[in-house]
Design a protein around this ligand. Structure first.
Ligand code: C2E
Ligand code: MG
Ligand code: MG
Ligand code: MG
Length: 281
């Protein structure tokens, strides 16, 4: 199975949840090696404010180039979770993403928001907020520019603990987003108890926005829900001009997707932002 992802094209070697045990053992060893030798990298995907067309932020997406090609995070993040390697990897991702964001702001002359994905194990591990605090201090970033993405599945279990973790993160001054919203157990009832700033509508709803009326109404409902709760609403997986326009008309604040920009290495993102800035001024 080959999956294309623009420039960052990569391969899936096996079904996500069904990797052979020999491969798992090999991958774990490779992963340790990659951690010790700066073998992972981050790509950044721009996020665009739909009403103005301005790129106001970016999401860090981890990449793992190996001799077999790029291995997708959908394959190695679950393995990193199982083996505990997500802890050092996640720490590296946080530190790198925040310091890269400071570098981007310097290079383009204005601050951008940086979104970083957290995995379940990272979210549930004691000491997360200390880790985030350290990354903020080391990078010197304004914490209000940092957004941490968590998924519904992380917060529907052990709700009270999850809320207290979210609160301690918010006390650092960072923002919180619910990623892939609409795919998990619906936490609609809980949603207003979560100290969350942003809802990211899952790309499956965006994909069929044009062809299926039911999806258009779901998306409109989710946008209304998020806005009604005073949240920022982000749509992921925006691949066409029509999707972008419909989302903007429905009141979605921010778009992210191949139509707006692919995930790219840091230097390419900086070039893209400089170009966009020159065009707008
Ligand atoms: P996610 O956080 O929901 O990220 C969005 C995924 O959709 C990314 O896949 C991105 O490359 C892809 N994407 C962006 N625009 C489009 C589009 O227009 N169309 C389509 N079809 N796809 C688009 P990616 O990079 O393979 O990441 C997959 C998932 O792996 C992420 O989903 C996230 O859950 C996880 N992940 C990625 N990076 C990290 C990381 O640094 N830490 C953790 N814990 N998880 C990560
Ligand atoms: Mg995400
Ligand atoms: Mg997502
Ligand atoms: Mg996703």
């Amino acid at each position: 199975r080959v999956k294309r992802e623009g420039r960052g094209g990569y391969r899936f070697f096996s079904e996500e949840l069904n990797i052979s045990s020999a491969r798992r053992v090999r991958m774990e060893a490779w992963m340790r090696n990659a951690l010790a030798n700066e073998g992972f990298m981050l790509h950044y995907q721009p996020k665009q404010e739909l009403s103005t067309g301005r790129i106001t932020g970016m999401e860090a997406l981890v990449r793992w180039p190996t001799e077999e090609g790029m291995i997708a995070p959908g394959e190695f993040i679950p393995l990193a979770e199982d083996t505990g390697l997500i802890n050092p990897l996640g720490r590296w991702i946080l530190n790198r993403a925040l310091s890269d964001a400071v570098q981007v702001a310097r290079a383009v002359g204005y601050p951008l928001q940086i979104a970083v994905n957290l995995s379940m194990r990272q979210f549930q591990r004691p000491g997360l907020s200390e880790l985030v605090q350290q990354a903020i201090e080391r990078s010197g970033i304004d914490p209000s520019l940092v957004e941490l993405e968590i998924t519904e599945s992380m917060v529907v279990e052990r709700v009270d603990e999850a809320i207290s973790t979210m609160r301690s993160l918010r006390e650092l001054g960072v923002q919180l987003a619910i990623d892939d919203f609409g795919t998990g157990y619906s936490s609609m009832a809980y949603l207003r108890n979560f100290p969350v700033n942003t809802l990211k509508i899952d790309q499956t709803f965006v994909r069929d926005l044009v062809s299926e009326d039911s999806n258009a109404s779901i998306i409109e409902a989710v946008i209304g829900l998020g806005r009604g709760l005073g949240m920022q609403v982000v749509a992921e997986g925006v691949e066409t001009a029509l999707q972008r326009r419909l989302l903007e008309q429905a009141g979605c604040h921010v778009g992210q997707g191949y139509y707006i920009g692919y995930p790219v290495p840091l230097n390419e993102l900086i070039e893209l932002l400089k170009h966009a800035k020159a065009k707008n001024s």
